[in-house]
Design a protein around this ligand. Structure first.
Ligand code: TXA
Ligand code: MG
Length: 315
């Protein structure tokens, strides 16, 4: 068990000493360390068992800090940050040398974002360095959306958990990079594609699974619970298979015992908020298999479908 509370001073002094602190954000909880201190960043990789080829996102208190760590900020990056920061948008930009190679996994770019959570923004404002923070889960597993989720899996490896309640959005940030100064989506997330198009017009997406990922969040099998997840039409799946099953549905009540309905009223935002808790919950249920269904592929629904598809690719 890690010590848990909302003491920003304590979190700040641990981070200054090069320790790990879990932090709340509007998307998911992050496992934070001083992004400019290689020894501190190394502890993140160790605690998560994360491969060193997987770069970390740097968290800053405001857009003003971006030019300290990024050597170039394309116009469209500026426009997106102006419109959506603080918020669930990560920008991939050319890196300055001040950011250690370990943080960027040797890439000459960094992922950078300004999270929208009052506690974490106050924390960032008191620090004179940015925070590297991947999601606070063991590599490949479902991201945590509560302090308890973090504690269950990484509690014995973290100095302190800053408890900011459950995450408002519940799914990781949308990642946008720039290729020849044109924006490209690398990962669907909390900020809908439609909102980005409103600002920069139509853009490419490379958020599909690949064996040579630009963002390892693109790895085909990721964000996965321990149980086998099968995606499809749940009413048909329930007829065909006899194993002990759990169901994760969008809004339909299938009237079986081990069932989680993500949003009875059919809200994609509510479904996103509940998705990762649901994937964790089915791991605790006495079932062998999980049936799940895709949600409407629009707005934040794209990110939900992306995570469900990856969860289903794991076994
Ligand atoms: O919402 C979020 O983004 C959360 C919260 C804690 O901020 N963080 C998060 O971090 O999801 P993580 O490490 O679980 O996922 C970050 C993804 C990884 O797949 C990583 O490869 C990608 O961001 N990434 C980071 N830097 C990158 C870069 N320079 N180029 C391409 N992808 C990058
Ligand atoms: Mg992650």
């Amino acid at each position: 068990m890690a010590e848990t509370g909302n003491d920003i001073k304590k979190a700040a002094s641990l981070l200054r000493a090069g320790e790990l602190v879990a932090i709340p954000t509007e998307t998911v909880y992050g496992l934070a360390a001083n992004a400019l201190n290689s020894d501190a960043v190394a502890k993140i990789f160790e605690a998560k068992n994360r491969p060193h080829f997987d770069p970390l996102i740097i968290h800053v208190p405001s857009f003003d800090a971006v030019s300290l760590y990024a050597s170039e900020v394309p116009n469209e990056a500026k426009q997106l940050a102006e419109k959506f920061w603080p918020g669930p948008l990560t920008l991939v930009l050319p890196k300055r040398d001040i950011v250690p190679d370990l943080t960027s996994a040797g890439l000459d770019t960094i992922g950078i974002r300004c999270p929208d959570h009052a506690l974490t923004r106050s924390l960032l404002q008191t620090l004179d360095f940015p925070l590297a923070a991947p999601s606070a889960n063991p590599f490949g597993y479902v991201s945590p959306t509560t302090a308890q989720h973090v504690d269950q899996q990484l509690g014995d490896r973290i100095a302190y958990i800053l408890d900011g309640g459950s995450c408002e959005i519940g799914i990781e940030s949308t990642i946008v990079g720039f290729e020849e100064s044109h924006p490209v989506i690398y990962r669907f997330g909390g900020l809908p594609l439609e909102s980005i198009i409103d600002v920069v017009g139509p853009l490419k997406t490379r958020a599909h699974s690949t064996s040579n990922p630009r963002a390892p969040g693109q790895l085909k099998s990721h964000y996965a619970p321990g149980k086998r997840v099968i995606l499809g039409d749940i009413s048909i799946l329930l007829k065909e298979v006899s194993n002990k099953v759990a169901v994760i549905s969008f809004k339909t009540d299938y009237k079986i015992p081990n069932q989680i309905v993500l949003s009875p009223k059919g809200s994609l935002h509510e479904a996103a908020r509940n998705l990762f808790s649901a994937l964790r919950k089915v791991d605790e249920l006495p079932v062998d298999i999980v049936f799940a269904e895709l949600v409407p592929n629009e707005g934040i629904g794209r990110a939900i479908n992306d995570r469900l598809t990856r969860a289903a690719s794991a076994h």
